[in-house]
Design a protein around this ligand. Structure first.
Ligand code: AP5
Length: 234
């Protein structure tokens, strides 16, 4: 068993070997979707830097004001802001048994910072990186087609899973919105940033023996099943 594991007995018959599960797929790979499925199964929290930053932007906090321009253009938010956010969140009591990282680290600098936080610079100690692989065409359709209910957060996709009535949430009857960074120009920038800054993490984690890969092109349920099997076998 890997060091740094949660000290408590497995919950509901499941256990998770790695203390931190890091999702490193490109924008639209399903990191958010799958992190919530993993969280529900293994009863550990999700740390989503994208979500935390979007909330900060919405609340107009100093972090939100500093992050807004980068996010709206599809660039990465400066490392020092994101690293501080993550350090604070990991220090909270609910992370003691382990956690899932959605969207962090996004570059080598952040990866080394996280390894320092976890005390695991010598590969294999309490951490696993999961690369969700998805074709470029599917990524583009998932991102450009995404519409979200501002009330209940339900995700729709105008190509794959449209609401019953165009532009309106099936549950709340509210008008659906598009994430500001889901327009074509910004999506392209996000994918370019991924190629330049985040893809190198695959080699990094592979060289540390921490990388696992899963095909993310299938349905959410198929991908979830593959991830659970992989996490249980790791
Ligand atoms: P972030 O929020 O992390 O966004 P992202 O990674 O660019 O992309 P998504 O959240 O859209 O993709 P995802 O892989 O989570 O997929 P999802 O499950 O949502 O970051 C946003 C911005 O914040 C960044 O551009 C940057 O500015 C900043 N930021 C965040 N972290 C940072 C960091 N560490 N450092 C610096 N800056 C940072 O799925 C996408 C869609 O597809 C959804 O509609 C979903 O329902 C659908 N879907 C998912 N899986 C499937 C499936 N299997 N079949 C069909 N549809 C699916």
């Amino acid at each position: 068993m890997v060091a740094g594991l949660h000290p408590e007995p497995p919950v509901a018959g499941v256990s998770l070997i790695a203390h931190a599960v890091v999702l490193v797929g490109p924008p639209g790979a399903g990191k958010g979707t799958q992190s919530h499925a993993i969280a529900a199964e293994f009863r550990i929290p999700v740390i989503s830097t994208g979500l935390m930053l979007r909330e900060a932007v919405q609340r107009n906090t100093s972090l939100g004001m500093a992050a807004r321009d980068s996010m709206e253009s599809g660039a990465l938010v400066p490392d020092e802001l994101v690293c501080r956010l993550v350090e604070e969140r990991i220090g909270e009591p609910d992370c003691a048994r382990g956690f899932i990282m959605d969207g962090f680290p996004r570059n080598l600098n952040q990866a080394i910072f996280l390894e320092g936080l976890l005390g695991s610079t010598k590969g294999g100690v309490g951490m696993l990186a999961l690369n969700i692989r998805v074709s470029q065409k599917t990524l583009l359709m998932r991102l450009a087609g995404r519409r979200v209910c501002p009330e209940c957060g339900t995700n729709y996709n105008i190509f794959f899973s449209p609401p019953r009535k165009e532009g309106v949430c099936d549950n709340e009857g509210r008008a659906l919105v598009q994430r500001p960074d889901d327009n074509e120009e910004v999506i392209r920038r996000r994918l370019t940033e991924y190629e330049k800054q985040t893809r190198p993490l695959i080699d990094h984690y592979s060289s540390l023996g921490l990388l696992r890969e899963v095909d993310g092109n299938g349905s959410s349920e198929t991908v979830t099943a593959a991830i659970f099997a992989l996490l249980r076998a790791s």
